[in-house]
Write a protein that binds this ligand. Structure first.
Ligand code: OXD
Ligand code: MN
Length: 595
């Protein structure tokens, strides 16, 4: 199987702890998939869907108390607390191993431990990292086959002594009081126990590709970011790659798969998807930043995905897809709120209960058929607009970053930072307002630097320094832009139509990068398009809308600065002085003198 002594010894140790009845090495073959699916059908872990309408698709429900990432049970385990920093939960290594170990102990009795060798990134790419996940869940194996390159080729690539991230996952009792998601960056190790939900248990994704990888990236001089990667082909045929960071519920996956509006399509615009969630980026000899998507599939939120919001994804998920916690229809197909067509007249909801439209609970509240965080897991290769270079081991060159959030009034539709350092400040001050659909106070601003708040595996003050340092090595740094698709008018309605029309904004970005001098005016917060600078062919907005979308209120920004100052204070002396310089410079440009 493998001659990798360290790997074998580690597996023995984990087996000693968890006491599985059997250990099974996953080879990644199609035959294996079929066999494991059959086993999972037999024990009811997954259900086969209608193979004519949804070929290769299966259905799964997680435990009712286990439907989302549990950030309060997620810890960075480091020797020194300050290395995890103010925005992470911290535990010592000893406490982490001891507490999770006590839950894992003997927890796989009567079960099989699957050994899942996987690669984040194309096997053999200088960007890629290998991991081995041990898990007692067939659902995890089936998901990892879609989300990562998995099986024998990875063992071959690891050879006798290749470095790998040690990932141990045990479902245990799936009791929320016995659930821990632990990252040990100093040991290149992840332990996840007590959960069966994707974000907590597909350890290659958030745990490895963001928390552990961001730590490794700092040590090794590269970036692991919570970013989509999209290629925009202009009418001349030139493709410009953009990476974008957005907090959840801001349309990241939709943006990665944007469909050009007709007028721009006719001109020759095309959009290609490289990734929808994670980007790993390195500075190459040419002084540019190159990116890969380390993942192999999409683990996307189902509700709200439909033929209007994301037709590309709708096509992608018609085959070989795992549906989790959506509504199961009697004809063994699936449905979700904000999906297509009328709701079915009845079905089984995500909890497995009988469901029909309008059904209410004891408190008279409408019961959803699908959990709001229900998901699909689907192979990226099935995406109709997947970029021809998405598996290029060398990655794609990034010309621009876009960051953004939901801001009802503050931020204009688009602005460009003055330079790299200012761009890092813009990313560091990213924030999004909570919507009615989210917990917390409506309209309350959650600061989420680079959308990395729950994913940065080390002190976020050091993370800002790392960005600043990396910029010094770039002779052609990506330009940094901030977008806000969510600005509203006095009536509370969105001013900008969003979705495919966002390409008009991306086109302005591309032109700003290409040096054709797309028009902009300088404002205190950065460069903002002049009225008329966006290509509005085929889109008629009511008079005065563009003015509102691009306006900047010094008063609102003065308020914003107070929130930023409060947030930055958390980082104490780990916040780089350059970030405070940018804060003061913005304050000055807004006409508030020095603070
Ligand atoms: C995700 C997330 O699932 O960011 O991608 O939570
Ligand atoms: Mn994400």
């Amino acid at each position: 199987m493998t001659k990798h002594k360290v790997l074998k010894k580690w597996i023995e140790e984990c087996a000693e702890l968890c006491q599985p009845d059997e250990i099974y090495w996953c080879d990644g073959s199609d035959e294996e998939r079929e066999r494991l699916e059959k086993e999972a059908f037999a024990i009811g872990e997954i259900t086969q869907l209608d193979q004519e309408k949804l070929p290769g698709c299966v259905y799964h429900r997680t435990a009712v108390n286990d439907v989302a990432r549990t950030e309060h049970l997620t810890f960075i385990c480091t020797t020194r607390k300050e290395d995890a920093g103010a925005t992470n939960n911290w535990m010592s290594l000893e406490e982490g191993y001891q507490r999770a170990g006590a839950i894992l102990k003997g927890s796989m009795r009567g079960r099989t431990m699957y050994v899942i060798p996987f690669s984040m990134g194309p096997i053999g790419s200088p960007f890629s990292k290998y991991g081995v996940e041990l898990s007692d869940s067939i659902y995890v194996v089936l998901n990892m086959r879609i989300m990562t390159r998995m099986g024998n080729p990875v063992l071959d690539a690891l050879g006798d002594e290749g470095e790998f991230t040690r990932c141990l996952h045990g479902k245990a009792e799936r009791d929320i009081n016995k659930r821990l998601i632990l990252q040990f960056p100093e040991d290149n190790t992840i332990w996840s126990v007590g959960s069966g939900y994707g974000g907590n248990v597909l350890l290659g994704k958030k745990c490895l590709s963001l928390r552990i990888a961001s730590y490794l990236g700092r040590q090794e001089g590269w970036l692991a970011e919570h970013m989509l990667i999209v290629g925009i082909q202009d009418p001349q045929g030139k493709i410009t790659y953009i990476a974008g960071a957005f907090p959840s519920a801001c349309g990241k996956t939709n943006l990665a798969m944007l469909v050009p509006p007709d007028a721009l399509k006719k001109k020759g615009f095309k959009v290609f998807t490289v990734g929808d969630d994670i980007a790993w980026m390195r500075v190459k000899e040419d002084g540019r930043l190159w990116a890969i998507n380390p993942e192999f599939g999409f683990f996307g939120v189902a509700p709200g995905t439909n033929w209007k919001t994301n037709p590309t994804m709708m096509t992608t998920i018609k085959r070989n897809t795992i549906y989790t916690n959506v509504l199961l229809k009697p004809d063994k197909t699936v449905w979700w709120e904000g999906g297509d067509g009328d709701p079915p007249s009845e079905g089984q909801d995500w909890k497995g209960n009988y469901w029909r439209p309008g059904i209410t609970d004891e408190e008279d509240k409408i019961i959803n058929g699908a959990n709001p965080n229900s998901r699909f897991t689907s192979p990226a290769a099935q995406c109709p607009c997947i970029d021809p270079k998405w598996e290029d081991p060398e990655g794609v060159p990034i010309s621009a970053f876009i960051v953004g959030g939901r801001r009802a009034y503050l931020a204009p539709l688009i602005y460009q930072s003055f330079d790299w350092q200012h761009g890092v400040f813009v990313g560091a001050t990213m924030a999004s307002e909570r919507t009615a659909a989210q917990y917390g106070k409506l309209g309350e601003v959650r600061r989420d630097p680079m959308a990395m708040l729950p994913f940065c595996g080390y002190n976020m003050g050091d993370y800002f320094s790392h960005w600043l340092d990396l910029g010094k090595r770039l002779t052609h740094p990506p330009k940094v832009f901030h977008v806000n698709w969510f600005r509203t008018g006095e009536d509370g309605e969105f001013l900008w139509p969003g979705f495919g029309e966002n390409l008009r904004v991306l086109d302005w970005i591309v032109r700003r990068c290409g040096g054709d001098g797309a028009d902009a005016r300088e404002t205190p917060i950065g460069y903002v398009p002049t009225l008329g600078a966006l290509d509005m062919d085929g889109l008629d907005l009511p008079a005065g809308t563009m003015e509102k979308l691009l306006s900047i209120s010094a008063g609102d920004w003065a308020e914003e600065l107070k929130g930023i100052e409060e947030f930055f204070a958390k980082f104490g002396d780990r916040l780089p002085s350059e970030i405070w310089d940018e804060y003061r410079a913005l304050n000055r440009r807004l006409g508030n003198g020095t603070r």
